[in-house]
Write a protein that binds this ligand. Structure first.
Ligand SMILES: Nc1ncnc2c1ncn2[C@@H]1O[C@H](COP(=O)(O)OP(=O)(O)O)[C@@H](O)[C@H]1O
Ligand SMILES: [Mg+2]
Length: 152
């Protein structure tokens, strides 16, 4: 599924729609060049899910956790992830649970360690705007994107 996002408010609206359809247990990767809008979109998802206060980019920490009543949200940014051995030591594996949603920027840097995603999202530059591509990689992901498509 592909969609044109002409400006930042359009990216935020897409994030609000995704927040309505992502389910506990899901993993979504966000790919695209620096400045494509991965963090902007992730922040919009987290805000719409009820995260208050500052939403830091996990550039150095690699992950920022949030909890909304009994739902855990983990925002990963693997841009600076280099050593696959770090995966075991970090406890990142414990973030992937039935009661959590994992949103992952720069998944390609942790390829080989990451659990299989349900949805692969890609943002790319198109003129002044962005193109959003959504691919379902599991049955749950497919159901989720069908719901997303109906929320226009
Ligand atoms: N649909 C859009 N059209 C144009 N600019 C956008 C759009 N979505 C986001 N932006 C802008 O692009 C930049 C994206 O930055 P950021 O979200 O940090 O990217 P990334 O995390 O992919 O490196 C921000 O300055 C944001 O205002
Ligand atoms: Mg980013």
């Amino acid at each position: 599924m592909q969609e044109f996002l002409p400006d930042e408010p359009a990216t935020q609206a897409a994030g609000a729609r995704l927040a309505q359809v992502l389910k506990p247990g899901m993993v979504m990767t966000l790919s695209g060049d620096l400045g494509a809008g991965k963090t902007t979109l992730t922040r919009a998802i987290l805000r719409s899910m009820g995260v208050n206060g500052r939403i830091k980019s996990p550039t150095y920490s690699l992950v920022e956790p949030y909890v909304i009543s009994n739902l855990y949200l983990y925002h990963f940014d693997f841009y600076r992830f280099e050593d696959p051995d770090e995966w075991e030591a970090s406890g990142f594996r414990d973030c992937f649970r039935e009661d959590s949603i994992c949103l992952i920027e720069w998944p390609e840097k942790a390829a080989g360690s990451l659990p299989a995603p349900d949805i692969a999202l890609t943002l790319s530059w198109v003129g002044e705007g962005r193109s959003l591509q959504l691919n379902a990689l599991s049955k749950a992901g497919k159901l989720c994107l069908n719901q997303y498509a109906q929320l226009t």
